[in-house]
Ligand binder design. Sequence first.
Ligand SMILES: Cc1cc2nc3c(=O)[nH]c(=O)nc-3n(C[C@H](O)[C@H](O)[C@H](O)COP(=O)(O)O)c2cc1C
Length: 287
Amino acid sequence: MRNPTILASGVLSASGAALKRVYFEGGAGAVVTKSLSVEAREGHKNPTVIEIEEGLLNAVGLANPGYKNFIKELKYLKESGVVVVASVFGKSISEYVEVACGVAKYADAVELNLSCPNVEGKLFAQSENLSYEAVRAVKSKLKIPVFAKLTPNVTDIVSVAKACEEAKVDALVVTNTVKAMKIDIYAKKPVLANKTGGLSGRCLKPIAVRCVYEIAKEVDIDIIGCGGVFTGEDAVEYFLAGAKAVQIGTAVLYRGIDVFKKVCSEIEDYLRKEGFESIEEIIGLAI
Ligand SMILES: Cc1cc2nc3c(=O)[nH]c(=O)nc-3n(C[C@H](O)[C@H](O)[C@H](O)COP(=O)(O)O)c2cc1C
């Protein structure tokens, strides 16, 4: 990667053309696709994304065209020279493996979105065993790096991170959204059609920074921070907590597609002011 900023899955990531723009015009170091599954999914009914205090609440329902229909977009990205991470999910281990193997030829890395319910309804990332099995099964088939994206909706995120480490994951993405709800007090019902959704943006940052910090103390694999990165200062907070790179989603909406360039230049300002020569020097300094 040419810099440590990555477009997070699900934001401007539904087409090759949009991902290419984020990479070349926006200046991201890499881009992550929308999460892809075996079958196409329509997703939830509207409203699916709403603005709340200091963040967004979304319940898109993992809408995607199915991985086979997305391969032409991945090929186009590869031919264009974009560093691309394919986000994959499934309802079973075999579905994770099928999608990961199907996209691996056209991606630089695969990110397992473990915030997906299995057939019994439990999120993979809410179980050490399921996380271990998903990572292990995909790792045994792929040569390219495999990332695992964790959920903060657990009491002990470190034990899930350790399970992924044991399964030889290459990097952890910390974190996905926090489960939340907004009620319209006049309609007297939840605003999202799905009732609950995932909270992203500034309000997520203190939670995700804490998760990165706790994990970095206990595991020895690369961490990519994710949640509420709007500025270079936000990214620096993640580096100090132990992350080596950051993903940016919600901030694209507020600071524009070139948020990646802005964040990189703000990181450089910080390093210069504080007398550091590289990001490596500050990774984990707060621990
Ligand atoms: C509209 C929307 C759709 C998302 N879709 C996905 C998805 O398909 N897969 C996934 O792993 N995360 C998805 N996310 C979560 C983001 O990738 C990211 O983890 C989260 O938004 C926190 O980062 P942020 O505060 O920078 O947005 C989505 C987020 C938003 C706002």
